[in-house]
Write a protein that binds this ligand. Structure first.
Ligand SMILES: NC(=O)c1ccc[n+]([C@@H]2O[C@H](COP(=O)([O-])OP(=O)(O)OC[C@H]3O[C@@H](n4cnc5c(N)ncnc54)[C@H](OP(=O)(O)O)[C@@H]3O)[C@@H](O)[C@H]2O)c1
Length: 254
């Protein structure tokens, strides 16, 4: 049995809580959050505290709070020599206070509270200062995922950088697409099959092979037309940057 305490209860820790709670080999001993949270059915038996001095003893403490708050929060914990991990892709393990044994439990996925998540295929990137803690994190990860990998802080930072490109930036491009359509009362739904196919074809094709569009084909008249439609819009710069970048990648300069 592995005893776990959640420190912070945002998007990630909510999802980890739900997933780990289903395992018969995990006991969630407590949830801490700096502001009061009412534990709702069927979790009302799980103790909650908003007082750091009342945090109980556990095998693993999972900090799930914004990146910039991790360091000072970990220093504020009133205990020592216990295994404390955080769930961030972009924050190094060293950011955690060294009064406790440090580790990482980073699930490589995008989490929003309102979306259900199946952890089975989600890579869980782990790191620890010693082999025993690493084994414990491996074992914790395997309770919910079939893809638990040991990755150093340096490599995790690169992974996170790549993830920001493929997830956050792509999602922002969806937003730009929806804004462009809104002006002409066109529904975003029209783009959804395209978005889904773009994502699913990289299961079998490399991103480089999967690329299509006017920039790759060097359809200059179409590109000019798009720039004309954009006028002085703030999206123009992005259009030009992406077009130039794709051109360079396929060996044709604009
Ligand atoms: N969301 C994702 O898709 C995702 C994916 C992978 C990894 N991560 C990582 O997981 C971590 C948490 O992300 P999240 O999206 O779950 O964040 P989030 O939903 O914004 O987390 C909010 C939680 O952090 C607490 N909090 C905020 N500032 C705090 C502070 N200064 N001190 C103590 N607690 C504080 C909040 O407490 P109150 O309720 O009291 O405000 C709340 O419990 C981050 O390190 C992030 O990089 C996120």
């Amino acid at each position: 049995m592995i005893n776990v305490i959640f420190l912070g209860f945002g998007n990630v820790n909510n999802h980890l809580f739900d997933a780990l709670h289903k395992s018969t080999e995990i006991t969630i001993k407590q949830v801490f959050n700096r502001n009061y949270i009412k534990m709702i059915s069927p979790f009302e038996d799980i103790p909650f505290t908003d007082d750091v001095s009342k945090i109980k003893e556990a095998d693993i403490y999972i900090i799930g709070i914004p990146d910039d708050a991790i360091s000072s929060f970990s220093s504020s914990l009133p205990f020592q020599n216990r295994l404390v991990v955080h769930t961030s892709g972009g924050v190094s393990m060293d950011a955690l206070s060294n009064k406790n044994r440090r580790g990482i439990f980073y699930p490589l996925q995008t989490f929003s509270k309102q979306r259900e998540i199946d952890f089975k295929n989600i890579p869980i990137c782990i790191e620890a200062e010693n082999s025993k803690d690493l084994e414990l994190l491996q074992s914790l990860g395997e309770k919910i995922s079939e893809n638990v990998v040991e990755i150093s802080s340096e490599k995790r930072a690169k992974l996170h950088l790549a993830a920001v490109f493929v997830n956050n930036f792509t999602n922002h491009l969806y937003h730009i697409g929806s804004e462009i359509l809104k002006v002409d009362d066109l529904p975003f739904d029209l783009l959804k099959p395209l978005i889904l196919e773009t994502a699913s074809k990289i299961e079998n094709l490399s991103p480089e092979k999967a690329q299509t569009g006017p920039a790759k084909r060097s359809d200059l008249k179409t590109i000019e037309k798009h720039l004309h439609l954009l006028g002085n819009s703030r999206y123009r710069k992005l259009y030009e940057l992406f077009t130039e970048e794709i051109k360079q990648n396929y060996g044709k300069k604009l």
